[in-house]
Ligand binder design. Structure first.
Ligand SMILES: [Zn+2]
Length: 374
């Protein structure tokens, strides 16, 4: 009879291709690996519910970086570095749980250890599990290390992304490992596209899967509608699903925060076909920004058009608010809450363009009834 550990070893994830239902994550990971040392954001956060395979993916990624082989051959699972990741014998690799190790001195020693010799890898990799449990002092050591050391990759496995230090979060690429339903539907759509020789964008398929709430029949119908316009692109998926205004809203707010009123107004006009729709959209967006800025995610049900926007789409918006906050010396949360309050209080019967002008002036503190009076 084979030993338990030998059986477990056979079960272990050996190739990215073996991961089921996480195609989007795998695609981005592959791209990241291919970019290698040119990667702008080498660090990663894996988040999602426990049990969906975040740590397995994280270790596999660590092995791929450290493996003595390269390209398709990595990870080889037999070199010193690959086995070192699994049994803890690599000088290039440190793994611990932030819930168990709370003393930042331990972490300083780990950093020092990876600078010793005996390693064959170009990288040093730190995998920190339960990373939302990091103490402030440890998080600071990490922040300094990851900003200073170019050959270092941090992988954080996080249960609750809202508890994870934002300074670290902003320096990492985020991977949401989802339960399989949504991804299984995307795989299904992809299979259909391949069989029918349709040219498609991955994001278009995930938007269709998300917007149809996992209902296969409806998703296939929408896919057919999108395909009737030509290639299955994200833009045409947004159009068919009536979600275009999410992206338009991003453009509208980027223009507002950048002080480009005319451009902002022209986006605003395109958001909906009537004034009431425009005001509602501004209300949803203001509260979405509030959630994005405070907890880094949207609660379910805010609006599919905003939920299906990629994380990257929100970054320049949040940066725009931060910038405005610095310029006006007003805390960013106060600014966002003021915008929420303003749009929440707009009378839907008032011409929306007039409200837009008032909201714009208030954003920059040019109108007395804004923050100035508080
Ligand atoms: Zn290897």
């Amino acid at each position: 009879m084979a030993g338990v550990s030998a059986i477990l070893d056979r079960f272990r994830l050996r190739r990215f291709e073996d991961v089921l239902g996480q195609d989007a994550v795998l695609g981005s990971l592959r791209e990241k690996i291919d970019r290698g040392g040119d990667e702008r954001l080498p660090h990663l956060v894996f988040t999602g519910c426990p049990g969906v395979g975040r740590r397995s993916l994280a270790r596999l990624y660590a092995q791929t970086l450290l493996c003595e082989k390269t390209g398709e051959e990595a990870p080889c699972h037999s070199c010193n570095e690959c086995t070192g990741v699994l049994i803890g014998s690599s000088f290039s690799y440190v793994e611990f749980s932030a819930r168990q190790i709370r003393d930042e001195r331990y972490f300083r020693e780990c950093v020092a250890q990876t600078k010793l010799g005996l390693k064959t890898a170009d990288w040093r990799v730190f995998l920190i599990d339960d990373a939302e449990g990091l103490e402030v002092a440890s998080a600071d050591v990490m922040l300094k290390t990851l900003e200073k050391e170019l050959d270092t990759c941090f992988i954080f496995v996080v249960n609750d992304i809202s508890q994870f230090p934002r300074a670290l979060r902003s320096r990492c690429q985020l991977f949401r490992v989802t339960s399989i339903e949504q991804e299984a539907l995307v795989s299904r759509l992809k299979m259909v596209c391949n069989r029918e020789s349709l040219i498609y964008e991955e994001r278009a398929l995930s938007v269709i899967a998300q917007a149809t709430g996992g209902r296969v029949g409806e998703a296939l119908t929408k896919l057919a509608e999108v395909a009737s316009l030509g290639d299955v692109t994200l833009a045409s998926a947004w159009r068919i699903l009536n979600l275009e205004w999410g992206e338009t809203m991003i453009q509208c707010w980027l223009a507002q925060l950048g002080g480009r009123l005319d451009e902002a107004l022209s986006h605003f006009e395109r958001i909906a076909s009537d004034d009431e729709g425009r005001v509602r959209a501004m209300q949803s967006f203001a509260s979405a920004v509030h959630f994005r800025s405070s907890i880094g995610a949207l609660p379910f049900g805010i609006s599919p058009a905003l939920e299906c926007l990629a994380d990257e789409a929100w970054l320049p918006i949040l940066e725009g608010w931060e910038e405005l906050s610095r310029r006006r010396s007003v805390p960013v949360t106060s600014l966002i809450e003021d915008a929420m309050k303003f749009w929440g209080g707009v009378n839907r019967l008032t011409p929306a363009q007039a409200s837009f002008h008032r909201g714009y002036e208030r954003l920059f503190g040019a109108q007395k009834d804004g923050l100035a009076r508080e």
